[in-house]
Design a protein around this ligand. Sequence first.
Ligand SMILES: C[S@@+](CC[C@H](N)C(=O)[O-])C[C@H]1O[C@@H](n2cnc3c(N)ncnc32)[C@H](O)[C@@H]1O
Length: 230
Amino acid sequence: MINPAEEFLSPRLKAVHDMAVDGLSDISSRRFVDVGSDHGHLSLYALINDGFRSAVLTDIHAAPAQRSKETLDLYGYGDKASVYTTDGLDGVVLCEGDVIVMAGLGGNNMIDIMTRVQKTLDEKLLKSLVWCLQPQKSSDKLRQFLFESGFEIVDENACEDRGFHYVMMKVKFTGVPTEYTLKQKYYGPVILRRIAAGEPEAMGYKERLDMRFELSKRGDEEIRRMLEEV
Ligand SMILES: C[S@@+](CC[C@H](N)C(=O)[O-])C[C@H]1O[C@@H](n2cnc3c(N)ncnc32)[C@H](O)[C@@H]1O
C-alpha cells in the first residue's frame, strides 16, 4: 500500500486539495464532498491528512464509484465515506459547511451541476458551502456563470503537471452577481492579480493562454475584443 499521507496525489490534485482546505475553520465538523471521485484518492487524502468529519464521493459511472469505495475500504476509511453513483450532486443531501471539490470535469458539466444545486438549496445553506473547482476545459464559460449567478471567486491559481497547465478556483455563493471584464472572464480575476505580481504559476498559465487566444482570435470576435481591452 502507498502511504496516503505522503506523495499520493498528482501535483494537480495536491494543488486542488491545498486550495480547498486553505484557511478553512473547524475542519473536524465539515464533510469533504468529491464530485467525479474516480479512484477516490483525493477524499482519502483529505480524510487522513485534514481530519474532515467524513467524506461524500460521487461518480456518474458505476466502475469509478466502485473503485472509490474500494480505495476507502482498503485504507480503513470505508465507515467515514459515502459513495454514490449519480450525476453531480443529484440525490446527495448537502450539509452546512460542506467543502465540495470538482476536479477534472469540464466547465459546462460543472455549470449544470451547480445550477441544479442552486435551484434546490436555500440561500443560507448555499452561502455556507465552499467550492473548489478545477475545470478541464471551458474555464471562461464557468467564470461567466459564476460572475452572473452570484458566486464569488475568492481564490484562483494555476499549476503545471507533466507539461500541462491547470487552473483551479475557490468559490463561495454570495447571491450578488459580479460585474466582469472579458480579461477577467478569460484569464481569471485572481490569476490576473497573480500575473501582475509576477507569480510563476500564473505567468506560465498566461503564456499558454496567450498562445491559444492568438490562434483563436481570427475566428472569435469576443476574444478579439478581449485582447483589445486595456
Ligand atoms: C477525468 S476524471 C477526474 C477524476 C478526479 N476528480 C481527478 O481530478 O483526478 C473525471 C471523473 O468524473 C466522473 N464524472 C464526469 N461527469 C460527472 C458528473 N456529472 N457527475 C459525477 N461524476 C462525473 C467521471 O466518470 C470520471 O470518473
